[in-house]
Design a protein around this ligand. Structure first.
Ligand code: ATP
Ligand code: MG
Length: 625
C-alpha cells in the first residue's frame, strides 16, 4: 500500500489547535482521557520519581505527558522523525509536555556520540523550545531530558518488592532449559523447578546476583505470572540478568541490568507519562506492561493511574532501510561516506542532503497514524513535502551542471567590442518581488548545458542545433533559442574535438530581442535555455544524488540489501553558478532553474572559496512507477 501526497498548495498552516487536525485513534484516546479526567488528579514532583515523591508535589501542570525514548545506540532515521513528530506535536497540542528520554539501560552499545547527535537532531526538528518549556516552572529552562539509567536504583527496588510480594523469583535453569520450558504457540510452558522458592530465598539470591556472587548468565530474575498463558510474553518474563559490563553512566556500580520489557514501563511511570506511544511490535508486551505497573501501584511504589501504552504502525519508506544494524553496515563497509552521507535515511544524512525540519514534519504528519502495520509510503511523498515547503520560499538561481561553451560570433558587431558585457537581471523569487533582483552579465562567451545542444535534433527537441541539410540538399536554418533573461540567439554550428564531441557551440545574437524590452517577442522561439556568463560565473561542484537502492523494499523476503545498492547513487559534476551565489552560506537552499532544489553542503561548501551544492530533489517527481 502506498499513500500519495495531497496535491501541491494545500498545505494547511501549522495550527496548534488540535480540533483543526485530522483525527486518529491516539487523539481519540487523549481527548477521552482529558474529558474523563483520567489523569487530572495526578501530581508532579518536579522531576521523575516514585509515587510518594510525586504525591508530595504540585498538581501536574502538564495535561498530558508523552515521551520519545530512543536507545542511544545509533543515529536517528526517518522513522524516528515520525515518532518525534507524533509525540512532541500531540503533547504540544493538548497542553502537555514531551520528554526526551535516552533509553540507555543496555550497558553494551551506548555511546556519547549518539546521545549528542540525538539531542541535536530533536532540536533541529524544531522541538527545542518545547523541550525547555516546563509549565511547572515558567521561565526556568528545565529541559525534560532524562536518562533511563538514572532509574536503576528504583528498578532494583521494584525488583525486590516483587520478590517480597511473591511475584518474582530467581531462576537458575540453563538458558537451554528455559527456552525448552517456555513452550510455544501451541504448547503451554513448564514451570521452572526454582519457581517454588520462598520470597526470603529469592530475596537472598537476588542480592547475591546484585553483589556479584554469581557469574554472568548463572541466574535471572523472572516475574511469576503464568507459564501456560496464551501470550508467551506473560510466561514468567525475565526482569534482570547478570552482565558484567561498564555502563557509560553508572560505571561498574551494577553487574545486573534490567531487561527492556521491565525497564520501559517503569521509566514511563517514574516520568508520569500518560500516553506511551510505541510501534506495533510491542503490542504483545502490553499485558505485561499493565501487569507490572498495576503491581507496583498496588505496592505504593508508583502513583496511580499508571501510564497506558498505545501502538501504531511504524513508518516504512520505499527505497529506504531503517534498521540501525543495516545502516551501521552501510557505514562500516563504506558503501556510503559516513552516517551523514546525503544518501542515508538518517536524519543527519537527510539534513545534509538539504531536507528541512519543516518538510520532514510535514511528511510525518501526512504519513498518517494507524493501528495497521506493514504500510509503505512512497519516497515521492517525502520529496513532495520538500518541494511544497521550499518552492514558495527559496531563491532561484541559474546553474550549469555539465558545461559546454557557447560563443556568440557577432558579439562585437552588435555591442561594438568583444569585451563588452550586457547586464541582465532576474527576480530572486518569481512571486516575491520584495526578495529583489539578481544581477549577472551576458558576454560573448557563456556556459550552457551540454544536453542543450544536439548536432541533429531528435523529434521534439527545441533547444540548440545547427542548420540541417535534408537528403534532397535543402538547408533549414539552425534553431532560435532564448538565453533566459537575455537575448534570442540562432545556432550556427559547433566546433568539435577529434572524437566528434562538441567543444564549443557557435551562435549569432539577434538584436533588440532582450527579455523585458519592447522587442522581446519580435522573434518567436520554442526553446529557452539557462546559462551563466563565462566572465562572471563561479565554479561549483554539484553532487547529484539518486536513490541508494534500486528496489522499493531493499530487504524484502530476506534479500541481501547490499545486492540492490544503486551503483549510480552519486554523480559529481564540476560546473558553474551565477555570481549571486558566490557567498552562499552552508545549508542555504536554492532552486536552480530547470534543475531542481539544491543546498550548499554543510561540511564541504566554503563561501567565496569552494562552492559545493547537493541536489536535494528534482523539480518534478521522478519516482513515478
Ligand atoms: P532498531 O530496532 O533499528 O534499533 P528502534 O526502533 O528500536 O530501532 P529506538 O531508538 O528504540 O530504535 O526507537 C525510538 C523510538 O522511535 C521508539 O519509540 C520506536 O518505536 C520509534 N521508531 C523507530 N523506528 C520507527 C519507525 N520506522 N516508525 C515510527 N517510529 C519508529
Ligand atoms: Mg529499540
Amino acid at each position: 500500500m502506498s499513500s500519495k501526497p495531497s496535491s501541491a498548495g494545500t498545505t494547511p498552516a501549522p495550527a496548534d489547535n488540535a480540533a483543526a487536525k485530522p483525527s486518529n485513534f491516539l487523539r481519540h484516546a487523549i481527548e477521552q482521557d482529558l474529558e474523563q479526567g483520567t489523569y487530572a488528579q495526578r501530581r508532579w514532583g518536579g522531576q521523575p520519581g516514585d509515587g510518594p515523591s510525586h504525591a508530595a508535589g504540585m498538581p501536574d501542570p502538564a495535561k498530558v505527558r508523552m515521551r520519545f525514548p530512543p536507545e542511544p545506540n545509533g543515529y536517528l532515521h526517518i522513522g524516528h522523525a515520525k515518532s518525534i513528530w507524533l509525540n512532541f506535536s500531540l503533547a504540544k497540542e493538548y497542553g502537555g509536555v514531551c520528554h526526551l528520554r535516552f533509553d540507555d539501560t543496555n550497558p553494551e552499545k551506548e555511546e556519547q556520540e549518539y546521545v549528542d547527535s540525538i539531542r541535536d537532531t530533536v532540536r533541529w526538528l524544531g522541538w527545542d523550545h518545547h523541550l525547555a518549556d516546563d509549565p511547572a516552572r515558567p521561565g526556568v529552562a528545565q529541559p525534560h531530558e532524562y536518562f533511563a539509567s538514572d532509574y536503576f536504583d528504583f528498578m532494583y527496588r521494584a525488583a525486590e518488592y516483587l520478590v517480597e510480594a511473591g511475584l518474582a523469583y530467581v531462576d537458575e535453569q540453563t538458558p537451554e532449559e528455559m527456552r525448552a520450558n517456555r513452550g510455544d504457540f501451541g504448547k503451554p510452558g513448564t514451570d521452572s523447578p526454582f519457581r517454588t522458592r520462598t520470597p526470603a530465598e529469592n530475596l537472598a539470591r537476588l542480592r547475591e546476583m546484585r553483589d556479584g556472587q554469581l557469574p554472568d548468565g548463572a541466574a535471572v530474575l523472572r516475574a511469576k505470572i503464568d507459564m501456560a498463558s496464551p501470550n508467551i510474553n506473560m510466561r514468567d518474563p525475565t526482569l534482570y540478568r547478570i552482565r558484567r559490563a561498564t555502563h557509560h553512566n553508572t560505571g561498574d556500580k551494577w553487574c545486573i541490568y534490567p531487561m527492556y520489557t521491565f525497564a520501559h514501563p517503569i521509566e514511563d511511570a517514574l516520568e508520569q507519562i500518560t500516553h506511551s506511544v510505541c510501534t506495533l511490535e510491542f503490542e504483545d508486551q502490553r499485558p505485561f506492561y499493565d501487569w507490572l505497573l498495576q503491581k507496583l501501584c498496588e505496592g505504593g511504589l508508583l502513583q496511580s493511574p499508571p501510564p497506558h501504552q498505545y501502538e501504531f504502525g511504524r513508518l516504512n519508506v520505499g527505497h529506504v532501510i531503517t534498521s540501525k544494524r543495516k545502516l551501521r553496515q552501510l557505514v562500516e563497509e563504506a558503501h556510503v561516506n559516513g552516517w551523514d552521507d546525503p544518501r542515508m535515511p538518517t536524519l543527519v544524512g537527510l539534513r545534509r542532503r538539504g531536507y528541512t525540519a519543516e518538510a520532514l514534519n510535514l511528511f510525518a504528519e501526512r504519513s498518517g497514524v494507524t493501528k495497521i502495520g506493514g504500510a509503505w509510503t512512497d519516497y515521492a511523498a517525502l520529496e513532495a513535502a520538500l518541494r511544497e515547503t521550499l518552492d514558495p520560499a527559496v531563491p532561484r538561481a541559474m546553474a550549469v551542471i555539465e558545461p559546454l561553451k557557447l560563443v556568440i560570433d557577432n558579439w562585437a558587431d552588435v555591442f561594438g567590442s568583444d569585451t563588452h558585457v550586457d547586464p541582465c537581471q532576474a527576480p530572486v523569487h518569481p512571486h516575491h518581488p520584495e526578495m529583489g533582483q539578481r544581477h549577472f552579465n551576458l558576454g560573448k562567451e557563456v556556459w550552457i548545458e551540454r544536453t542543450d545542444y544536439e548536432d541533429v535534433p531528435p523529434k521534439g527537441f527545441f533547444r540548440l542545433f545547427p542548420p540541417q541539410t535534408a537528403a534532397d540538399g535543402t538547408v533549414t536554418p539552425g534553431s532560435k533559442v532564448r538565453l533566459k533573461y537575455g537575448y534570442v540567439i540562432e545556432c550556427t554550428g559547433a566546433i568539435k574535438d577529434e572524437a566528434g564531441r562538441a567543444i564549443s557551440v557557435r551562435a549569432t545574437l539577434i538584436k533588440d530581442t532582450k527579455s523585458g524590452t519592447p522587442g522581446a517577442d519580435s522573434v518567436k522561439v520554442k526553446g529557452v535555455i539557462t546559462w551563466v556568463g563565462a566572465g562572471d560565473a563561479k565554479a561549483a561542484e554539484f553532487r547529484l544524488y539518486d536513490r541508494l537502492f534500486t528496489e522499493e523494499q531493499p530487504d524484502a523476503g530476506g534479500r541481501d540489501f547490499l545486492s540492490v545498492i544503486n551503483p549510480n547513487s552519486l554523480t559529481v559534476e564540476q560546473g558553474y553558478v551565477e555570481p549571486s551565489l558566490a557567498n552562499a552560506q552552508p545549508e542555504e537552499r536554492f532552486q536552480f532553474e530547470r534543475h531542481g532544489y539544491f543546498v550548499a553542503d554543510r561540511h564541504d561548501h566554503q563561501p567565496g572559496a569552494k562552492l559545493v551544492f547537493n541536489r536535494i530533489a528534482g523539480l518534478k517527481d521522478s519516482w513515478g512507477k
